[in-house]
Design a protein around this ligand. Structure first.
Ligand SMILES: [Zn+2]
Length: 694
């Protein structure tokens, strides 16, 4: 993800923001794994267990192993997972609760037609009805395939791509509505690079053996899928090569994940007339008009050179090849609702990409899809069971404690000028907070769902979601919307709203446990809160002001000092090698690393004000500060397959779990002190090699 919502990412694949601009991410957040939640507490009241430690590793040599080694040994990765850790365990418990809610909804055949209960039950019920899905075969996909096949010329292609009913409009590039990043009180239309099936442009362009193996597996996936659609082996092979060729062309024109992190360079506002002149083959005026956005006078183009290439491709690539490419993108969208043979091919490819051993059971995939499509329709049921009003009050209080500690740190920094400090404090004060669930639930009344066809339901929900996004254009900014559903085990900062958001799904044990001591809640939850606040001041977030405008409020000198401090962090993480010869990319992970370091520092500062920290009583032989750091490390414990680590390093702005712990603690002298670390210990950095921004 690029200039998007910055989020917490605790379980692999838990979140995949597909869009690249903050605005698009806000409008099109999709989580790839399920949502989940649970009411029971996994850990005891103390929240920490000695059996989870590995005391054979000194804490000052590798604190991640010391704090988690016992647990890591006892908890191998289940076959259907690519990683397993604290976030995944919590997600599993959340899922158990949502599963019950969805099973009950699906068993209920007498829900009031048009009610949320009816829609949720029918959506999930149709997703689980594999007999009907097998019997239908390609019946429900056929009309969509026929529309692609019927295209005769460029004008016909433009009509196809502009029509929201075809479900191929977002194939070449993505578009949507979000607050204007330079005028945050009005909405703008955004268009962004898109169109790849593999996770990142590099997968198409790199020539190392691993990248080649993934492309070979992708080729097999394409060939087999085209055969399932009825192509002869020879035609299927040819079509597969066509898709690879067109996607490689798009990849060559695409910006890197690092280049996408610069919000200024990815904001290029054009009049619609100008955009039409620059990219005539896209026929943007028709696209806008067909999607209820005809009133837009301007459009923010993320990557002009990419759109130039798409324009050229639409003008020169053989029409038959363009249709093959669209057929592929249509079928990948429909795969969850097609006969199992299609899903089996997708999974075969995922095995190579992520190292997964076993496909997730159907109910889990269906649950994830229901959450993505109708998450706020059953969110209330989830919240009633999983998140008490008392928990909400307690979490809110914690946020305010963190805000106060943050203000103290900003005032106390020795490197920032009074002018920039004043602006930073203004931004900090203005940060809005959302906790648990939306005050106002999404209105699904215009979405029709029935038991007849899962494919139709899936496509109807996708069309609804797009329309629900586009309808905002021209209206006052709606700050009540959420980018994650209530059961999600995650949190985010949205720079355009200058807000931090914590779904009920993450405010659960062991992250947040009203029965645990303060050290544990500050080491876990307060660190997450501090992390999200820090995103407002990381290398990207600091470019936005208190109102959410992309507007520079830093003096030149403070700007330079910030960059110098950030560069130290970049170097530290560049040096980490989670796999042989595979380094973390310090630039790609910069924002998350800064948020991890800042979040830990601020949470520690806030914890020092608690009674427990002041009294300093031992629990289980640990001081309050030691417990704080143990709770911090516990949250990140995770066993992960090598393939998945590799994918994460290439595409994910979060560093692998172990390095999130080690990197943050290496910059924290308070940690050295808590565990008696000395110069020469691996966790200890000299003052010159440490970075403290806040
Ligand atoms: Zn983050």
């Amino acid at each position: 993800m690029t200039g998007t919502l910055t989020h917490y990412a605790l379980a692999a694949g838990l979140l995949a923001l597909t869009a690249t601009s903050p605005a698009l991410a806000q409008s099109k957040v999709k989580t790839s794994a399920g949502k989940q939640k649970v009411a029971t507490s996994p850990t005891g009241g103390s929240g920490l267990s000695r059996a989870d430690l590995d005391t054979s590793v000194p804490p000052c040599e590798n604190f991640y192993q010391y704090a988690n080694g016992g647990w890591l040994k006892k908890n191998p990765i289940p076959a259907a997972e690519t990683s397993w850790g604290t976030g995944a365990e919590l997600a599993q418990r959340n899922r158990a609760l949502v599963h019950r809610i969805l099973d009950n909804a699906a068993a209920n055949h007498s829900a009031h037609p048009g009610s949320n209960l009816q829609k949720v039950g029918d959506f999930y019920g149709s997703a689980m009805d594999t007999a009907a899905i097998e019997a239908a075969g390609l019946q429900y996909l056929q009309p969509h395939l026929a529309r692609i096949a019927a295209v005769q010329d460029l004008a016909g292609m433009q009509r196809l791509l502009a029509d929201p009913k075809t479900h191929v409009g977002n194939s070449w590039y993505g578009y949507g509505v979000g607050p204007d990043a330079k005028q945050s009180d009005v909405y703008a239309v955004y268009a962004e690079q898109n169109g790849l099936t593999l996770p990142d442009r590099d997968y198409y362009l790199k020539d190392d053996p691993r990248s080649k193996a993934i492309r070979a597996a992708y080729q097999a996936y394409l060939v087999n899928t085209f055969k399932l659609l009825g192509d002869s082996p020879a035609t299927a092979a040819q079509n597969a090569a066509t898709v690879q060729r067109l996607e490689t062309r798009l990849a060559q024109a695409s910006r890197t994940a690092v280049a996408l992190r610069d919000p200024q360079k990815n904001y290029n506002k054009l009049t619609v007339a100008q955009a039409h002149q620059d990219y005539p083959n896209l026929n943007l005026p028709l696209v806008l008009q067909q999607n209820g956005l005809g009133a837009a006078q301007t459009i923010v183009v993320g990557q002009p050179e990419f759109f130039k290439e798409v324009n050229a491709m639409l003008g020169t690539e053989p029409l038959a090849d363009q249709k093959t490419y669209l057929r592929w993108h249509l079928v990948t969208r429909a795969t969850p609702a097609l006969p199992q043979a299609f899903g089996a091919e997708a999974f075969r490819f995922a095995q190579t990409l992520t190292g997964a051993r076993q496909q997730e059971p159907r109910w889990r995939r269906s649950l994830a899809a229901t959450d993505a499509s109708l998450g706020e329709a059953f969110g209330q049921l989830y919240v009633d069971e999983a998140f008490s009003p008392a928990a909400k009050v307690r979490a809110k209080q914690l946020v305010e404690n963190l805000r106060q500690a943050y203000a103290e740190r900003i005032r106390a920094t020795d490197w920032m000028s009074p002018e920039t400090k004043a602006q930073a404090l203004k931004k900090l004060t203005a940060i809005a907070v959302k906790i648990g669930y939306p005050d106002q639930w999404k209105d699904y009344s215009t979405l029709n769902i029935s038991r007849e066809s899962y494919l139709n339901n899936l496509f109807a929900a996708s069309e609804f979601s797009d329309k629900d996004n586009y309808r905002h254009f021209g209206k006052p900014i709606d700050r009540t919307e959420w980018g994650m559903t209530p059961p999600t085990v995650n949190a985010y900062y949205n720079p355009l709203y200058n807000e931090i958001v914590f779904p009920a799904g993450i405010l659960q044990p062991p992250f947040f446990d009203p029965r645990a001591d303060d050290a544990v809640n500050y080491g876990a939850t307060a660190v997450v809160i501090g992390h999200e606040i820090t995103h407002g001041f990381d290398d990207q977030g600091r470019q936005y002001d208190a109102q959410g405008n992309l507007h520079d409020w830093w003096t030149k000198e403070d700007n330079e000092k910030f960059n110098a401090k950030a560069a130290v962090v970049g170097k530290q993480y560049d040096a980490f090698t989670p796999l042989d010869s595979v380094h973390i990319n310090g630039k790609l992970t910069m924002g998350e690393n800064l948020a991890d370091i800042g979040g830990l520092t601020i949470a520690y500062q806030a914890f020092q004000k608690t009674q427990q920290a002041k009294e300093g009583k031992l629990i289980d032989g640990f001081t309050p500060n030691q417990r704080f750091f143990l709770a911090f490390a516990l949250r990140f414990r995770r066993n992960q397959r090598a393939e998945d680590i590799r994918k994460q390093i290439q595409t994910d702005p979060h560093s692998p779990s172990q390095y999130r712990v080690l990197g943050a603690l290496m910059n924290m002298p308070e940690f050295y002190e808590a565990f008696g670390c000395k110069d020469g210990n691996k966790m200890v950095r000299s003052a010159a090699d440490r970075s403290r921004i806040w």
